[in-house]
Ligand binder design. Structure first.
Ligand code: GLN
Length: 599
């Protein structure tokens, strides 16, 4: 039934300039078909809005609905490429090469869906678009204003996303906290969107924080109440309130929140801390919150029950294994600075969680600060790595800590400790091999030393021409050709090519390849046409598990489709720690990866 606000939307699409409304509609937009769920944080940042929002989105996807998530960042940077991962968390690279916030990784993992540049927007992008349009006369003589023009562009891009990805539901996550100066125009745009789309089209969910001061020993709701009041002052009445808290939300606090926010008590729910984020979707479902969203958005008749049963069963199997007892335990070292670690290496952390679950193993992470190792000798390094069943050298930039990383690689190669090198870790393995096996002691990367004697890793002019590299990074999903009869072929199920995501500038100089190969290093994954090395390994006859990739395998590890390279590492680590491992506990396929023990 058309409401008054729906009629307004119909009008503003046609008239553009004389009206006070500015709501350009993309072609093919189906009003009433595309629905929106908006997740906003109040009180404090760092509540895990992305995790919460993607868990809700997953529940709806598992009902057979088409979901398009979008993260709206308040900052002016055009993407996350220049952000410091120790401050902002890892830079997550999408298949199309977009460098985004780590939350996009959470959406991809939980939705098991590849996202694109359309699923991520920053204030900088919105302003750039508005200013470009203004320079091209796009506003036909009008003064360009925050309202309605900037907000109009925000609404346009949300509707455009709905059309492009044919979404039943667009999940909008607003970065920052309600009350921040920099996301205020997003909130205003969303208020307008709800007004224009009419009742039953936009569901606002406020994620808030319940304090539990140790001195009081009880939950306090005042900050949450005030945070939501702030939202209401902006003209947004939440439909649901999720409460982040350390312990499950108590009934009294729940009632208070309901009372002060006009939200029915069944739509106020607890989002307390738990061991793994992957149990959140099931908990939300048990509380019936997914059904509440369906009711608010009138979506019950789009649910596909058979599809949902199957998806829920599969997910339940994963969560049961995840939360159940594990038979094995392994210690994996990761070279990285401790303080800022988890967010800076979020995808690696998750990839290990996926693999541990599938392989019946608890994976204990140990962070190795290689900046302190640079000056240590071999025995001190060995002391630091003792007891580890596997080591990962992840991606990185710059000189700091690289000598320590190379020393770690050496230890793993010589002591037969399972090793996985990612991007910079791949390059470190090449340099270590050049120095200590091929006798090229002056080997290095031109990233750290332009004048090193053997620049085995460098920026190559002929490669720069390929794929328009220039001084830019090689970014996004690319094909990797896999050599048959190698460990790589085994890991990737004998597929001739796999597609993986890259983010790097430097590469192996092909002129050294014959030297490396002669000494036994195998480049088992390459660019399909050019001499760009993308995967290396030592044969399983000489080392139980020694692999590296120029791409980032962690970016495409999903709970139900764990990364084969990480699976191989964890399986090899299990075998090292538990030589009598029972094949019944771990799929034979993964044990076989490391079956050939060196003589
Ligand atoms: N610094 C290296 C390069 O630019 C590695 C990059 C990375 O690890 N992501 O090639």
């Amino acid at each position: 039934m058309p409401t008054e606000s729906n009629n307004i939307l119909a009008e503003v699409g046609a008239k553009t300039i004389e009206t006070e409304f500015f709501s350009p509609l993309p072609d093919g937009y189906r009003r009433g078909h595309h629905k929106f769920v908006v997740v906003m944080g109040t009180v404090i940042s760092g509540l895990g809005k992305g995790i919460f929002s993607s868990s809700l989105a997953k529940l709806l996807k598992d009902k057979g609905l088409r979901i398009a998530p979008i993260k709206m960042e308040g900052y002016l940077n055009l993407d996350s490429g220049t952000l410091n991962p120790y401050r902002h968390g890892e830079v997550f690279v999408l298949d199309d090469g977009t460098e985004t916030d780590m939350d996009l990784g959470t959406y991809e993992r939980l939705l098991d869906q590849n996202l694109t540049a359309d699923n991520f927007v920053t204030s900088g992008q919105v302003y750039r678009h508005v200013l470009d349009k203004e320079r091209h006369g796009g506003y036909l003589g009008r003064d360009v204003q925050m309202i309605p023009h900037v907000t109009g562009e925000v609404k346009y891009l949300l509707r455009n996303l709905a059309v492009k990805q044919n979404a039943d539901v667009v999940f909008v996550e607003v970065g920052g906290t309600v009350g921040d100066f920099e996301n205020a125009f997003y909130l205003e745009a969303l208020r307008e969107l709800a007004f224009e789309e009419g009742a039953g089209s936009v569901c606002f969910v406020a994620l808030t924080y319940i304090l539990e001061p140790p001195t009081l020993g009880e939950q306090k709701s005042k900050a949450a109440q005030l945070g939501i009041k702030r939202l209401m002052e902006l003209g947004i009445q939440p439909h649901m309130v999720a409460c982040r808290c350390e312990n499950p939300l108590n009934e009294k606090v729940r009632e208070k929140i309901a009372m002060f926010t006009n939200v029915p008590i069944r739509r106020v729910f607890s989002m307390h801390d738990r061991a793994s984020i992957y149990s959140i979707p099931e908990d939300i479902h048990l509380g019936g919150q997914d059904l509440e969203i369906l009711s608010i958005l009138d979506l019950h008749n789009r649910v596909k029950p058979a599809y949902e049963d199957k998806a829920r069963k599969t997910w339940h199997g994963f969560v049961t294994r995840l939360t159940g007892e594990r038979k094995y335990e392994v210690n994996i070292g990761i070279t990285g600075k401790y303080a800022a670690l988890r967010d800076a290496y979020a995808s690696i952390d998750k990839a290990l969680e996926h693999c541990g679950t599938h392989l019946n193993a608890t994976v204990r992470l140990h962070w190795l600060d290689t900046t302190e190792m640079d000056s240590l000798d071999g025995s001190a390094i060995a002391g630091g790595l003792e007891g580890l069943d596997g080591v990962i050298v992840p991606g990185g930039f710059g000189l700091r800590g690289t000598e320590g990383k190379i020393a770690c690689v050496r230890y793993c190669r010589e002591q037969l400790v399972p090793y996985l090198g990612i991007c910079l870790g791949f390059q470190m393995a090449v340099i270590e091999f050049a120095r200590n096996v091929c006798g090229l002691s002056g080997s290095g990367s031109t990233e750290f030393n332009e004048k090193c004697e053997h620049p085995v890793i460098s920026l190559l002019p002929e490669q720069k021409e390929i794929e328009g590299l220039g001084g830019n990074m090689r970014l996004g999903g690319k094909d990797v050709q896999i050599h048959p009869d190698t460990l790589a072929a085994f890991l990737f199920d004998n597929k001739p090519t796999v597609r993986r995501r890259f983010r790097h500038r430097y590469e192996v100089d092909p002129q050294y390849i014959p030297v490396f190969e002669k000494k036994g290093l195998v480049f088992s994954g390459r660019h399909p046409e050019h001499p760009i090395m993308q995967f290396l390994e030592l044969p399983t006859a000489v080392h139980p598990y020694f692999v590296g990739s120029q791409f980032h395998p962690e970016l495409t590890s999903r709970p139900l489709h764990p990364s084969p390279m990480f699976m191989g590492l964890v399986a090899a680590a299990v075998r090292r720690r538990h030589p009598q491992v029972n094949p019944a506990d771990i799929s034979k396929r993964w044990l076989a990866a490391t079956a050939k023990q060196p003589a």
